[in-house]
Design a protein. Structure first.
Lengths: 393, 64
């Protein structure tokens, strides 16, 4: 049936909504309900919340292809729709982008996900960090919450803060319900517009780093993750405030966005050996707590781990996948590894994909099949001598 | 409309619910016999944004 639409518009993905399957009838629409073959009390021992298990669902005795009952296939429907849609679009010769509201284990091979109908308030802004962590832990790495919130009216302050955090979600999208006031980047005034521009540009400049994170993990592990996943011996990171409001992108980037209403500054805990502010270069010692200021129009706080590399690109030149292979800047968070009276050795490590054409499916598949992540070590050796000043890279 | 996708990516929203007994999509699904079945052995009827609907069964190999 997709073929009919595709013959008119050459679409490159599908956004699969309402596929839990949502049904406003709470089971059968006919009244009274038809005969059931499911004894809920025996066949389905777990009732989430003690509510009617057919609430906003099709009847559990409905059947799918091959006599499979809805009661036993419910959680797989989103996966099956994602799979079928992916396979159809792959046949059109493109790497499809499928976005699905329902997913289960295995879905991330075919689909991305958003965290469903959130609300335009600060509670949901903060919850989106844990929500994105959780989806990553479930194997769904390409995920994010609706920026500015879906239900209800967004404010200038909320929307600016949402653009700051949301630009770091693996899947970043502003999405709104029909009845709420407009919340496009330009709809809420110059402050939100400035926040959106600055933070989305930051995101685009980091796409090469994100892309590598996705490729090297091959669908396994987490990308948007809690700090204790990396620094698991540091018990400070189990403090609720840190767990709920600081995050890592991969192993190298850390953020501490403002997620509380009325705040323009916050404290940040810096685990490990230390961090550099990506925007200013300022260094923060490992184990320290610092207060940082973040205005509504600022870029989201982002820190580079000491001893590691980040790849940055001109945001105006990476609006297409094939541009990810073009020129880039290497941002090195150099760590002093040894020194004596006359020499200082600094080091930063990272990885770079041996991938020229990022838009070529065959190249990407080859990169996935073989080891194509090349380890880079930047060593700065500074020697002091009487007759010459020498810098070795 | 075909030309739009040369420069832009187009991602339409798709729902598994198809408006009951009306229009091209319903007829196409009926022809392929890909709707989820009720316990009574008929196309399961539900209610979504389009009003009364049937549901495409993505367990069926002909669903897309």
């Amino acid at each position: 049936m997709l073929e009919h639409l595709h013959s008119q518009i050459d679409f490159s993905g599908c956004w699969l909504d309402m596929n839990e399957i949502s049904n406003l009838c709470d089971g059968p629409c006919s009244s009274p309900a038809g005969p059931t073959v499911i004894d809920y009390t025996h066949d389905i021992p777990y009732h989430p919340g003690g509510k009617n298990i057919e609430m906003v669902n099709i009847p559990l005795n409905a059947s799918h292809h091959g006599q499979r009952l809805e009661a036993f296939t419910h959680v797989f429907f989103g996966l099956m729709e994602s799979y079928s849609t992916y396979e159809y679009l792959k046949g059109k010769g493109r790497r499809p982008f499928i976005l699905s509201r329902s997913h289960t284990l295995g879905s991330s091979r075919y689909a991305a996900h958003w965290t469903g109908d959130n609300k335009s308030n600060f509670t949901f802004l903060k919850l989106s960090i844990g929500g994105t962590f959780m989806q990553n832990m479930l194997g769904m790495q390409m995920v994010g919450s609706d920026i500015c919130g879906f239900g209800g009216n967004a404010t200038e302050e909320l929307c600016a803060r949402f653009f700051q955090l949301g630009s770091l979600y693996p899947f970043a999208r502003n999405h709104n319900e029909f009845d709420a006031i407009d919340q496009e980047p330009y709809a809420l005034g110059p402050v939100v517009l400035e926040a959106a521009k600055k933070n989305l540009k930051l995101r685009y400049s980091l796409l090469k780093t994100y892309y590598r994170e996705f490729l090297i993990r091959r669908g396994v592990g987490t990308i948007f993750r809690p700090l204790f996943f990396e620094f698991y011996n540091d018990s400070n990171l189990f403090q609720q405030e840190i767990m709920e409001s600081q995050l890592l992108i991969g192993r190298v980037l850390m953020s501490a966005p403002i997620v509380e209403q009325g705040q323009t500054s916050r404290t940040v805990f810096f685990p490990g050996e230390g961090w550099f502010d990506l925007h200013t270069g300022e260094e923060y010692k490992g184990g320290s707590l610092s207060k940082i200021e973040v205005e509504l129009t600022d870029a989201v706080p982002l820190f580079v781990r000491k001893g590691y590399l980040v790849f940055l690109q001109d945001s105006t030149n990476v609006t297409k996948t094939d541009q990810l292979g073009s020129t880039f800047q290497l941002w090195a968070g150099c760590n002093l590894v040894s020194s004596n009276a006359t020499t200082w050795e600094y080091r930063a490590i990272g990885g770079l994909l041996a991938l020229g054409d990022y838009d070529n499916s065959n190249d990407v598949d080859r990169c996935l099949a073989e080891e194509c992540d090349y380890r880079i070590t930047v060593t700065l050796l500074i020697s002091k001598s009487t007759d010459s000043k020498q810098l070795t890279l | 409309m075909k030309n739009i996708t040369a420069r832009y990516r187009y991602v339409p929203i798709v729902e598994p619910s198809i408006r009951n007994k009306q229009g091209y999509a319903y007829e196409e699904g009926k022809k392929r016999n890909v709707y989820i079945q009720s316990a009574e052995g008929e196309d399961q009827v539900g209610k979504v944004w389009a009003g009364l609907t049937n549901f495409v069964d993505y367990f069926h190999p002909n669903a897309t």
